[in-house]
Design a protein around this ligand. Structure first.
Ligand SMILES: [Zn+2]
Ligand SMILES: [Zn+2]
Length: 237
């Protein structure tokens, strides 16, 4: 299965927009997050030859501007698009989705939203002392599970452990996305990277709010199994 990186802080070439937040397209059908800016997202989609009409649903990891920013422009082009959110996202977000013509679906527990593609359901997280619910995406292939995260405000270890509990017989091939390690000490980051390896995560792709220091530390631990995520890239999973 293919994952296209539509938006992140680095790009493979200069014709693509880059910035804060992430947007990943899974198997041409499911969009995970929408980055900070709708015009940039649509431009990148055009440059990367994405057929917007093939997208059947958008999964929003959490209610932060750098993950929801592109959604509104997308809904202008694609009314009735399913938008998966957590039950405790802000009322403001939910109302805006409906006002913009999206079909809001709230997922409390792990659920299959398309063949071999799942959402974790709401995981409790915290941001600046406030409750911040978040969900991650799970893709099942012959290689095992791939977990895709937005910002990991609940904590990357907590997210991975929940997926392990929900899929006890599956190995985890890859985890990538925002791990929110930007405000952690090098020691803490090393502990987390080692823990992920110990849990059995084969490959890791910390990006976005993981921070550059974390990428360096993860590289030491994951060596050739570390993936640097860039806008325009296609991951084969
Ligand atoms: Zn973020
Ligand atoms: Zn966030």
């Amino acid at each position: 299965m293919e994952i296209k990186i539509l938006f992140d802080k680095e790009t493979i070439n200069r014709s693509l927009h880059r910035g804060w937040g992430v947007s990943f397209l899974i198997d041409e059908r499911i969009l995970f997050d929408t980055g900070e800016n709708g015009r940039w997202l649509l431009r990148n989609m055009k440059n990367l030859k994405v057929n917007v009409n093939k997208i059947i649903a958008v999964v929003i990891s959490h209610d932060h501007w750098d993950h929801t920013g592109g959604l509104w422009k997308l809904l202008e082009n694609r009314e009735e698009l399913k938008v998966y959110s957590c039950p405790n996202f802000s009322l403001n977000f939910k109302e805006k989705v409906e006002r913009s013509g999206g079909k809001l679906i709230e997922t409390e527990k792990v659920s299959e939203i398309a063949e071999r593609i799942f959402v974790t359901g709401e995981i409790a997280g915290e941001y600046k002392g406030r409750y911040m619910p978040e969900q991650a995406l799970i893709v099942r292939t012959e290689k095992g599970l791939t977990i895709i995260t937005g910002c990991s405000h609940p904590g990357i270890i907590k997210i991975v452990e929940k997926v392990k509990k929900d899929f006890p017989d599956m190995k985890i091939h890859l985890v990538f996305g925002g791990f929110h390690l930007i405000d952690k000490s090098k020691q803490e980051v090393r502990f987390i990277a080692e823990k992920l390896k110990e849990i059995g995560i084969e490959k890791a792709g910390p990006t976005h709010c993981s921070g550059y220091d974390a990428q360096v530390i993860f590289k030491e631990i994951y060596e050739d199994n570390l993936i640097f995520i860039k806008t325009g890239q296609i991951l084969e999973i």
